[in-house]
Structures are given as C-alpha cells and as structure tokens.
Write a protein that binds this ligand. Structure first.
Ligand SMILES: [Zn+2]
Length: 221
C-alpha cells in the first residue's frame, strides 16, 4: 500500500517538491515501511535530521562505512544489499548495525568479539554455504535488515536468547506444553503469535525492497 501524493508531500513537510514526488521521488515511502511503531519513530527521526537530496553512496563508499566482520568475499554482497534499501533504512543500517558474514571463504571463526558499542544495538549474521546456489546472501542481509528496521531496538542490557531457550519457546514438545500452567501457555502463545507477525511483516517488506524471501524455516528471525 502506498500513500497518495498529498500524503507524501505532507509527510516530508514540503522538503520534497510536488513535482519530484510526482516523478517518483521517495517512492519507498509506503505503509509497510512504517508498519510498526518502532519503524515509524525511526523514519520520523531520519526525516527531521536528513533533508534531501538523498544520494545513493557507491558500493565502495558503503563497504568503507559498514561495520562488517567475517568473510571479506561477502562484504561486496552486503554493500549490494545496502544499495537497494530506501535511504532511511540504509542510513540506519550503517549507524546502528554490526554485520558478520561467514560460509563463503571460512567455515568457522575464532577471535575476539567485534567491538560492541551502545551505538550499535543490532548484530546481523548471514551464513550461506557456497554450494547453495538457490540462495544468495544478498537476500539474507535484506531480510535481516527488515527485522532491524521494523523491530524495537534492543536496550543496553538486552542479550540474545540462548539457542536452547529459543528452541524451548518455539518448539516446545506437546507433552511438556500440556504440563505448563495456563498462565505460561498464554504467555508462550502470545510470544509465538508476536514472532509470527514480525516474520510476516519482515517478509513482506523484504519483498517490497526487491529481495527474494528466504524459504520458510531457514532463517532465525
Ligand atoms: Zn525473519
């Protein structure tokens, strides 16, 4: 769903002319882009801080700006994903996300943690074995970036859920599920529904940006 010309003009508070909007400027402004309160807030902040023109940086510029670790061969793929994003999302990714790509050159990685700073609350990891011709890391980066944009940013003390806890939550065996209290079942069901909604929105936005969606069940959030 897209906004009318008038709504788009209003949204940018006159910073983008009617003429430019009519000729396709800021076509990326859709209701899907601001489908969550977190995304709405991020976009409003960006619009007030970033007057046009919004130039698309070159692939080289993007590679020099992005906070990236892991396989060097995947860094140009990441830059390719960033190039395709609407300017507010691209700027957000450059400022607030650390990235790691693994699987093309190296099979594994042992080293110190990448520098973690409060300015970058998100970590996005992409991994695709070289032989998987049906998948491209550009689509994986695109998909995960849609989550970073749509979801509420983690707070300073937030930590990733362990794989065991995540599995218990999402794949609780039926026999265990039946033993849980009604209150716990209610909470678990509501967390699962929220996760499914986040996933649906992320897939829709990823498609709107021109990426191929990942096959079902092949990605974690
Ligand atoms: Zn996802």
């Amino acid at each position: 769903m897209s906004f009318s010309l008038e709504e788009r003009y209003e949204f940018f508070r006159g910073q983008v002319s009617y003429r430019d909007l009519a000729h396709g400027a800021a076509r990326w402004l859709t209701q899907l882009l601001i489908a969550t309160p977190a995304a709405k807030e991020k976009l409003a902040e960006w619009v007030s801080a970033t007057p046009p023109p919004w130039a698309t940086p070159s692939s080289e510029e993007l590679q020099s700006k992005v906070h990236y670790f892991g396989d060097f061969s995947m860094s140009s793929t990441l830059a390719g994903a960033l190039e395709r994003l609407p300017p507010p999302v691209r700027d957000y990714a450059l400022e607030r996300v650390s990235f790691m790509g693994i699987g093309w050159q190296a099979w594994g990685f042992c080293g110190p943690w990448p520098p973690r700073t409060p300015e970058r609350p998100w970590l996005i990891v992409a991994s695709i074995p070289w032989g998987r011709k049906d998948m491209n890391p550009v689509d994986v980066f695109g998909h995960e970036l849609s989550h970073a944009w749509l979801n509420q940013e983690p707070s300073a003390g937030d930590q990733a859920m362990s794989a065991f806890a995540a599995n218990d939550l999402m794949n609780t065996p039926e026999r265990i599920f039946r033993q849980l209290s009604r209150e716990t079942v209610k909470n678990v069901s509501s967390m699962r529904r929220a996760a499914a909604r986040r996933e649906r929105l992320a897939r829709a936005l990823t498609r709107a940006w021109g990426f191929r969606g990942p096959p079902p069940h092949e990605v974690r959030t």
